[in-house]
Design a protein around this ligand. Structure first.
Ligand SMILES: *[C@@H]1O[C@H](CO)[C@@H](O)[C@H](O)[C@H]1NC(C)=O
Length: 222
């Protein structure tokens, strides 16, 4: 590569790292089952997490298993996963340990989901449409690793890769936020669309990379 080309690619790489898009009123549409279509959410998270909350909106008519949020680190592909094994059930994985939550739900229907975890108690919470499911616990005392690869649309079996078509997501995802703290009183405002300082991922200043067949469209269902 000549020097100019090299600089252009270094600069565009830098722009990619710092590019932030306000995705308000928009969603990622994953139109088709595949083993490649996905969105990587880029964050500069350099510390381990003792607490976190992730919220997002989703609309899908899939009835088989799929991943909603896949957070892997170099040494562990299943560091955080929010997974939907089937209708009426969610599962939450921290550091490969898994727990299940039952939910009474209409299908298909748009869903707003928040998942949080607190290391000191190990307590995990899932809130669906602003209502808490029965609390469970896992991974008490551990912490979640830094420098994550966060992927929507596919479940990672290795850092940023190892996708399985049969677990791919087909549908729409929007309004994704992540905090390094446990939200509890604040879940209701988030459900109403008021987001207090999301410091890991912010849908209104999102840094992402789309790969494969993924389309950005206006939100039509929330
Ligand atoms: C995590 O939450 C616990 C209890 O809510 C708190 O005591 C602790 O300071 C928090 N840790 C960090 C790193 O924010």
């Amino acid at each position: 590569m000549n020097k100019l080309l090299l600089w252009v690619s270094v600069l565009s790489g830098l722009l990619e790292v710092f590019a932030q898009t306000d995705m308000s009123g928009k969603v990622f549409v994953f139109p088709k089952e595949s083993n490649c279509a996905h969105v990587t959410l880029i964050t500069q998270l350099e510390k381990h997490l003792q607490n976190f909350t992730v919220c997002l909106c989703t609309y899908t008519d899939l009835s088989h298993a799929y991943s909603l949020f896949s957070y892997s680190i170099q040494t562990k592909s299943n560091e955080i996963i929010i997974f939907k094994p089937k209708i009426g059930e969610y599962s939450f994985i921290i550091g490969s340990e898994k727990i299940f939550f039952k939910v009474y739900e209409p299908f298909p229907a748009p869903v707003h989901i928040c998942a949080s975890w607190e290391s000191s108690s190990g307590i995990a919470e899932i809130w669906v449409n602003g209502k808490p499911l029965v609390r469970k616990g896992l991974g008490q005392g551990r912490s979640v690793g830094a420098h994550p690869m966060i992927i929507l649309g596919q479940e990672q079996d290795s850092y940023g890769a190892g996708f399985d078509k049969s677990q791919s997501f087909v549908g729409e995802i929007g309004d994704l936020y992540m905090w390094d703290s446990v939200l509890s009183q604040e879940i209701q405002p988030v459900y109403q669309g008021v987001y207090s300082k999301p410091n890991i991922l912010n849908w209104q200043a999102l840094n992402y990379k789309m790969q494969g067949y993924v389309v950005i469209k206006p939100l039509t269902w929330s």
